[in-house]
Design a protein. Structure first.
Length: 761
């Protein structure tokens, strides 16, 4: 494994320690649909579902056929097909050039878009062989050449906060974010040093998208993003006249505060008939409570005004639209329904062909045996075969073994708990019997408790098994309750106010650990422990957290060690059954702790925007990390971390799904001859590692059986395969590989003996 020496500032000391960099080795497929792009010449629909790209053959729009999938680590914002090359803008993952003719969407080149703060590839347009990338700081230019790949063109241009970009004729239009207002600037492609004209408005401070008129290069449409706390959003039409950019018309949509966010994010057009993605704009006249896509006639601009002529209901939240030219259909990226295909030749807003289900926003995951369970917003609860999610097995596996997705759970699952071997409860209170599914059928929905919450935990008390439920209402009324999970008619047996994040609640036996504030206005936060006795919370002890805790996001317990984390700090306590004693703490100004999990005295930290940090409590230092930026516009990011009994790491990313990270603690599961995935350990040895010229591979083969050795890149793309190997030693030249991380797989027929990571310098 690659190691680096880093300096770590502890709360009480400075330590030097070799830190291991870990790699992503798998990922759940898909995510909530966020981007759609139809290419009429190939009849292909490119779908950005979370951080995954899916490609469909839409020759028959009623029966989409999946052609290819590829996972990334950044939310996919834009795609452009240029001859046989597919360009992808994937936020913090940067810009990719993919082989569109490959069934694996093979990577041709990759240009990282990185920098301070939230810089990423947020929008992209093309002019000839040049891509323009709005990175939320400036606009970068990349020249693409066959056989060479990307070349960055200096200098970058446009103002700080450049978030979206569009081109037409000799013009480049740029949309800029600002605290006070948004700005649109128009540039001439032949002189990018100074804008021709600009226009600002307080209603577009988070401008989302731009599009030039189909018939007039001097008219541009502005997708204004959210305004007025998400209750309104505006579409503007601007006209360039000399060095002036003037508003000629606007269109307004509304939402419901907190519940339905009006946010015009996407636009497509044909002959200046505009189709507008509004996120969740609602109106009693347009299919309420469903959101709607307005259809607007702008063909008479600038002489006349824009007029809404029809609408479509794509479901609930939606983010992008793409006209399927040559067909009577519009594709819409819908959070809860995947991709909706609507007939736009009729005035029937619900006239939808198929829904292409792609996934949801990920909240939480748990591992039981060889099954990964993941809870989603807009996608319910899904269970996956873990082995099928590994990149070395490709990206096309239909790995779901169970999917609980229905209006009964409102397609939203924040948490879940197994009440016993056969009963499962979801966060909205629905209880399922899994026994029919375990016997080859489908699970039964039994009953629904009145206990909708965001955190569920079993407790075993003197009154029998109980369910501890943490609840909050839009950030307020943070409470903790006791329920009898087997009494379908019962209400809360006891409810208390905790005024702290309910997601931190953790239960061991009949003791519940949680964050607590005396009242909602109090800045002091405490770690508390209560015994659940006679269906009541009996307080055992509280201890005030260190002053740099302004919240408590997570608690994890192993034996007598209680670990807590929030924001920039973690701390750990000794618990003796009657009280807490502070043992240590660690502060890191760049860290944003959202979840922690302790396993074998290593604390696994989900860092909201940066990945995973593994903290050695005994050595009081960071031991390892998985470093990958996440989030979109400083929102969302990583949500939850889970560590399997074998040490495998599962990181829930709101956009990306569940990311599988290679095992760090090699002592976990070491007493098993074979891991749950059927991989026999310690048979394969590789040296030198890291390597700059060649490597030697040794493996035990006393029976001289024929083996296959495969070499994959870090995204699972097969680079080399050596068959019929029966010697126990093999030399491979590594000069043909770029510097980076690779995986070597040893196979005997269908049996994977081992997979090991190598670093090529």
């Amino acid at each position: 494994m690659k190691t680096i020496i880093i300096s770590i500032l502890m709360a009480f000391s400075i330590s030097m320690y070799p830190q291991t960099d870990l790699s992503r080795i798998g990922q759940t497929p898909g995510g909530a649909s966020y981007h759609v792009n139809y290419h009429n010449l190939s009849n292909r629909l490119f779908v950005g579902c979370g951080t995954s790209l899916w490609v469909f053959d839409m020759t028959n729009p009623a029966v989409p056929v999946i052609l290819a999938k590829r996972p990334f680590t950044g939310l996919i914002n834009e795609s452009i097909l240029y001859n046989s090359v597919l360009f992808i803008a994937a936020t913090h993952d940067g810009v990719y050039a993919l082989d569109a003719t490959s069934d694996t969407l093979a990577i041709i080149d990759h240009y990282p878009v990185t920098g301070l703060g939230d810089i990423g590839a947020y929008d992209m347009c093309r002019s000839g062989d040049t891509l323009f990338i709005a990175d939320k700081f400036k606009v970068q230019r990349l020249k693409y050449s066959q056989g060479i790949g990307f070349t960055h063109i200096n200098p970058d241009f446009a103002p700080w906060g450049s978030f979206c970009v569009a081109e037409r004729g000799s013009y480049i239009a740029v949309g800029k974010h600002s605290i006070f207002d948004g700005t649109i600037e128009i540039y001439n492609k032949n002189n990018l040093s100074v804008a021709i004209a600009s226009w600002s408005n307080t209603k577009i401070q988070t401008v989302q998208n731009l599009r030039f008129s189909d018939s007039n290069n001097n008219i541009i449409y502005i997708c204004g993003g959210p305004a007025n706390l998400f209750t309104k959003s505006y579409l503007f039409a601007l006209e360039l006249s000399g060095n002036q950019l003037n508003e000629i018309d606007s269109f307004e949509v509304t939402g419901i505060p907190i519940v339905a966010q009006a946010n015009i994010t996407g636009i497509d057009s044909r002959n200046d008939t505009l189709y507008i993605a509004t996120t969740c704009a609602v109106d009693t006249a347009y299919g309420f409570p469903l959101s709607y896509v307005p259809i607007i006639d702008a063909s008479n601009l600038p002489a006349d005004t824009m007029t809404m002529i029809d609408y479509i209901n794509p479901g609930l939240w939606h983010f992008d639209v793409s006209l399927m030219d040559g067909t009577p259909y519009l594709s819409t990226a819908s959070e809860w329904l995947g991709v909706a295909i609507n007939n736009i030749t009729t005035s029937q807003p619900l006239d939808t062909l198929p829904f292409i289900m792609t996934g949801g926003w990920t909240q939480k995951s748990k591992v039981i045996g060889d099954t990964l369970w993941a809870a989603h917003e807009g996608w319910g609860l899904a269970a996956y075969n873990i082995d099928s999610l590994k990149f070395i097995n490709g990206y096309m596996a239909d790995s779901k073994v169970l999917h609980l997705y229905s209006q009964r759970n409102h397609f939203f699952v924040a948490d879940f708990e197994f009440l016993n071997d056969t009963l499962l409860i979801l966060s909205n209170g629905t209880v399922y019997n899994l026994k029919p599914w375990q016997q080859g059928g489908q699970p039964d929905s039994l009953y629904k408790l009145n206990c909708a919450g965001i955190a569920l935990h079993n407790a075993y008390t003197n009154m029998g098994q109980r369910l501890i439920v943490g609840t909050e209402f839009f950030g307020f009324a943070k409470q903790m309750s006791i329920f009898d999970p087997f009494n379908q008619f019962g209400n809360s047996l006891k409810t208390i106010d905790i005024h702290s994040n309910p997601k931190s609640i953790t239960v061991v036996g009949d003791i519940v650990f949680y964050g607590f504030k005396p009242d909602s206005t109090n800045s002091n936060i405490f770690l508390a422990a209560s015994k659940i006795e006679n269906d009541d919370f009996v307080l055992i002890d509280t201890i005030q957290l260190p002053s740099n805790f302004n919240n408590l996001n997570s608690i994890s317990i192993e034996n007598n060690i209680v670990t807590v984390g929030s924001g920039n700090v973690i701390a750990w306590y000794t618990w003796d059954g009657a009280g807490f004693t502070l043992s240590g703490s660690y502060f890191n100004a760049t860290m944003n702790v959202v979840d922690v999990s302790i396993k074998n005295k290593y604390l696994y930290i989900a860092d909201k925007f940066n990945g995973v940090k593994i903290f050695d409590i005994l050595q009081t230092t960071l031991a390892a990390q998985y470093e990958q930026k996440s989030g979109w516009c400083s929102n969302f990011g990583y949500q939850d971390i889970c560590v399997g009994n074998d040490g495998q790491i599962y990181l829930s990313d709101f956009n990306a799904g569940v990311i599988i990270i290679e095992r760090f603690d090699q002592t976990l599961g070491a007493d098993n001859d074979e891991s749950p995935l059927g991989i026999v350990e310690d048979k394969l040895h590789i040296y030198p590692n890291p390597s700059s010229s060649n490597i030697t591979i040794e493996f035990s083969n006393p029976q001289m059986r024929k083996h296959t050795i495969n070499i994959y890149d870090c995204l699972g793309q097969l680079l080399m395969s050596l068959d019929d190997i029966n010697t126990g030693e093999l030399n491979i030249e590594t000069g043909i590989f770029k510097s980076g991380i690779y995986f070597i797989e040893l196979r005997d027929g269908q049996h994977i003996f081992e997979v090991k990571k190598i670093v090529i310098e």
